[in-house]
Structure formats: C-alpha cells, structure tokens
Design a protein around this ligand. Structure first.
Ligand SMILES: C[S@@+](CC[C@H](N)C(=O)[O-])C[C@H]1O[C@@H](n2cnc3c(N)ncnc32)[C@H](O)[C@@H]1O
Length: 338
C-alpha cells in the first residue's frame, strides 16, 4: 500500500484520476483541492506505483508526491517544530544531498505560516544535518502539502515527482515587450521534453500569429517560416530570418524536405488540424521534431487525444503527450517525423 498526492491543471483532476485508475487498478481517490489536487491510496507499494506511472506517464498528471509522513496541524508553532523534527529524524535521506523544500497549501488550511517563512526555517534545519538547501537542480525534494488539518509530507527526486517545481507549477519570468503569453508554452515544452531549440536550423510555425512561438525560435537563432492569415506582431516583421505566409495553411505550398522543426499551435478542431499537419508533412525532413498543441474542445478529451495520436501516428512517432502547466484547454504533443 502507498499513499500519494496528485496534481493536475485546474479542473483536469478528474481526467488525471481516470488515467490513474487505468494504470493502478484498485486505487481510491479523495479530493484535496477541487478539480486540481487529490489524495490517492494505492494497493501497490511505492516502487511499483512509480514504475507504473513512469512506464506510461499520464497526460493530465502534472505532479505526484508520495505521502511519507502525516503531521496533524495544530495551528501554532508546534507545526513548525513537527516539520523540523521530521527532517532531523530523516537525516540520512538528506545529508550530503542538494535538497529543495516545496510547500503548497489548500485555501482552507489551518497551517498559518507562509511558504517562504517555513522554507527559511527548514533550510536552516537542513544545514544543521549537513544537507545542502537549494532551489535549482535538487537531488531530493521535501514536498509539503498543507491540507485543512493535516500536513502531507513526501520525499522524492524531481524525476519521481514529474517536476522540479512545487506542484509542477512552472513559472517563467515575463519579459518586457513579450509578444504573447503563448511563448511560455513553447518554453515549457522545451524543458519538459528535454529539447534545445537552438540545435535546429529551419522551423515551420503553423498558426503562428501574433508570434510568441516564432519570437522564441528567432531568439534561438533559427530561420522561421510562419503561416497565419492573421498579422504577426510588428516587432517581428522586419526580422531577416522570418518568412511570413499570410494565409490559411491549407493554401501554402512549401518546398519538400526543408524543415527540421515543426511547431503548431492552431487552437482549432483537432481532426482538421491533424489533416493539415499530414498534408504539410512532405516539407519536413526525416526525423524532424514536432511540437503540436491539441485543443480539447469535445466532451471526451481522452478519446479526442487517442484519435489525433492515431492519425498523426501514420507519419510521426509520438514520443509524449502531456498537459503542460501553461496549457489551458489543450495538451501538447511531442513527435518525430518517421
Ligand atoms: C493560439 S493562436 C497562436 C499563438 C502563437 N503560437 C503565439 O505564440 O503567438 C492560433 C493561431 O492559429 C491561426 N490559425 C487557425 N487556423 C489556421 C489555419 N488553417 N492556417 C493558418 N493559421 C491558422 C489563427 O489565425 C491564430 O492566429
């Protein structure tokens, strides 16, 4: 038996739970924050559960933490003492390790201390037991979820938790003059899928306007062919490495075997988008990488995703399907042209 806290994007917890039920028969679930955070009780032990999750990573599960310790919330400084003692007792798990402390809370929690105060205190305890408190690149994370009356605490690596951000909530700094918030989706895809856009040369951006994705690829030194009947942001128009076809993607003729990266964020019917991408596939080089968002506009998202994967699977190997933190009513596919 093992206990876990799962997190999905707001209102997507039911889909994450549906995926987990298929993966871990017999698991039971209880909500902690409506539509977003849930408690999961598994028949399987920790290792077996992790193997199942990592063997077939659920699309809608953004973050998972084991529940190794439970601390009743008293609403006083005793709570902080309880957390400090817990770390001291688990000394061997952390000593000599780069250790991050992540704290999240449900809106109704009776735990009164701010995340930053709690973290400062626990970082001092980590130093006391010869661990190295860090924010970036931790080897182990102490993940604390403050529910209404209980602190759920789990220790695991970022890989095991599926993210090195608290609850998988990836935060990027907003830049001055940023063309669109959509840029964050492509940045997050790069991190999540372990890509480096600078390693590509020639990108095709389908549904590119106003140009957040295009601007990122241009910044990374790629030549970009952008297709969109809408205008690109004025700051991009004079860029020497950008070609803009200002029309519907179905009406554009492209030179065969040209692009080593395809990105597509069309926010359109998934089936029509798939057809369009298949029509454009001749312009891609063999083994070209593709990042494509799938709009979840229908009532059965898992079925929609399965159908899109089937269609695109005729021309692409599908490496991963994931709802990223910056995806709203959509998910992101990571593919390789066959
Ligand atoms: C969500 S926006 C893209 C945002 C963009 N990724 C960014 O970072 O700024 C979707 C775009 O897809 C375009 N689009 C929709 N259908 C299209 C089609 N058939 N051909 C080309 N562009 C299309 C729309 O005009 C719209 O500008």
């Amino acid at each position: 038996m093992s206990q876990w806290i799962g997190t999905a994007n707001q209102s997507y917890a039911p889909l994450a739970i549906e995926e987990m039920r298929r993966l871990l028969p017999g698991a039971t679930f209880a909500p902690l924050a409506a539509g977003e955070v849930f408690l999961m009780n598994c028949q399987q032990e920790r290792e077996e559960t992790l193997e199942a999750i990592h063997g077939q990573e659920p699309i809608f599960l953004r973050h998972i933490q084991p529940v190794d310790r439970l601390i009743e919330i008293s609403g006083s400084a005793i709570d902080l003492e309880g957390l400090s003692d817990m770390i001291r007792h688990a000394r061997l798990t952390f000593s000599d390790k780069r250790t991050a402390v992540h704290i999240r809370r449900s809106a109704k929690s009776n735990f009164h201390y701010s995340a930053s105060d709690t973290k400062a205190l626990l970082d001092a305890v980590l130093e006391e037991i010869d661990a190295e408190p860090v924010v970036q690149l931790p080897e182990v994370i102490i993940s604390i979820y403050a529910a209404e009356n209980v602190l759920y605490v789990g220790f695991a690596s970022p890989e095991q938790m599926l993210s090195d951000w608290p609850g998988g909530a990836v935060r990027f700094q907003r830049e001055e003059g940023q063309v669109s918030r959509a840029k964050f989706k492509l940045l997050e895809a790069e991190r999540t899928f372990g890509l480096n856009y600078a390693s590509f040369k020639n990108a095709l951006d389908v549904g590119a306007a106003p140009g957040g994705w295009t601007s990122l690829l241009l910044e990374r030194g790629l030549r970009v062919t952008a297709i969109d009947p809408a205008d690109m942001h004025p700051s991009l128009m004079q860029h020497h490495a950008l070609t803009h076809h200002k029309r519907n993607a179905a009406d554009v003729k492209l030179v065969a075997n040209t692009f080593d990266l395809l990105v597509c964020d069309m926010s359109w019917s998934p089936m029509l988008m798939s057809r369009l991408i298949l029509d454009l596939q001749g312009s891609l080089k063999p083994h070209a990488t593709a990042i494509i968002t799938i709009k979840l506009m229908h009532r059965k998202p898992l079925q929609t995703i399965r159908e899109v994967k089937e269609r695109l699977g005729t021309a692409f190997t599908i490496l991963k399907a994931k709802q990223l933190f910056h995806n709203r009513e959509e998910i992101t596919l990571f593919l390789l042209k066959k």
